[in-house]
Design a protein around this ligand. Structure first.
Ligand code: ADP
Length: 282
């Protein structure tokens, strides 16, 4: 499958006296798929993201974007193609109204004010937040600010959208809303990448997972491969199995031909069969 990003032995030092934040990262992120980057705090996820939007240049190694090596000359242009939604939406608020805030990014790309506002209006409509247009973004709830931040990125029309811990500090309704938006971005042809600790999100949503720890990639695989075949990678990265797998992994007999459920829907189907007595043991 064609990769959108290739990391080839990427090292990055914030400070030469300290250990490298990225220590020879090697992986590919597939184009047009849903990829989750998982790892404990300090693993290097944010540093990776800053290499993907061109903010940082690697100390050594290579980053490739859509078949082209990222160089000094083209690095700053990545911002047109790769939008990042940071964990804390306050980091992205710059204007006094939501509409101005969302139009700021496209205006920075050199579009006319009319086109920037047209894109802002379209993004707000798509995310169902048009009623917030004239509000001060600082006065919104955390979940609303997050949606404004996503609308700001969407208005720049990047090919790739990266969300850093998209579910952090959101209530269940807010989490559902953000997951719906992530799917909407996919429907609009974007490649969506999330950095997260939220393992059920990885199980439910991701096509591909990159596991990182201490600046290294421990594995690049599908959620099912990670949770069912190589769960020791999670332990190595101080992460937990998602709740569905925590429940089933101790119960699932090795002789069973059927694959262990990974998503809530798969788990529901297994339990429903058991409860309607079509089978009476796992
Ligand atoms: P994660 O996003 O997985 O929590 P980070 O990319 O933020 O990890 O951090 C990776 C490593 O780089 C950590 O050891 C962290 O302390 C270090 N680091 C992150 N940002 C800075 C910075 N601005 N200056 C110095 N070291 C940093």
């Amino acid at each position: 499958m064609e990769p959108v990003f290739v990391f080839n032995q990427v090292r990055y030092h914030y400070n030469n006296d300290r250990a490298a934040a990225l220590n020879g990262m090697d992986f590919e992120i597939p184009l047009g798929q849903k990829t989750a980057i998982v790892g404990p705090n300090g693993a290097g996820k944010s540093t990776l993201i800053f290499h993907m939007n061109g903010l940082y240049a690697c100390t050594s190694g290579e980053v490739w974007f859509k078949g082209e090596p990222v160089s000094k000359a083209n690095r700053s242009g990545l911002v047109r193609h790769v939008g990042v939604v940071f964990q804390d939406p306050d980091d992205q608020i710059i204007s006094m109204t939501v509409r101005d805030d969302i139009a700021f990014g496209p205006a920075q790309l050199g579009l006319s004010a009319a086109e920037a506002f047209r894109r802002a209006d379209e993004s707000m409509e798509l995310l169902h937040i048009s009623h917030l247009a004239e509000r001060n973004p600082h006065e919104l709830s955390f979940g609303q600010k997050k949606q404004v931040a996503i609308a700001g990125v969407l208005a720049m029309d990047p090919d790739v959208v990266i969300l850093d811990e998209p579910m952090a500090f959101l209530d269940p309704a807010g989490q559902k809303r953000v997951q719906d938006i992530m799917n909407l971005l996919m429907d609009r042809g974007k490649t969506v990448i999330v950095a997260t600790h939220h393992m059920q999100l990885v199980a439910e949503w991701a096509d591909h997972v990159i596991v990182v720890k201490e600046g290294l990639c421990l594995g690049s695989l599908t959620p099912r491969e990670l949770f069912c075949e190589r769960p020791y990678l999670l332990k190595e990265a101080n992460l937990d199995l998602p709740p569905v797998l925590q429940l089933f992994s101790g119960l699932w007999g090795e002789e069973r031909a059927e694959p262990m459920p990974v998503t809530m829907e798969e788990a529901r189907a297994v339990l429903s069969r058991l409860l309607t007595n079509k089978e009476d043991t796992l």
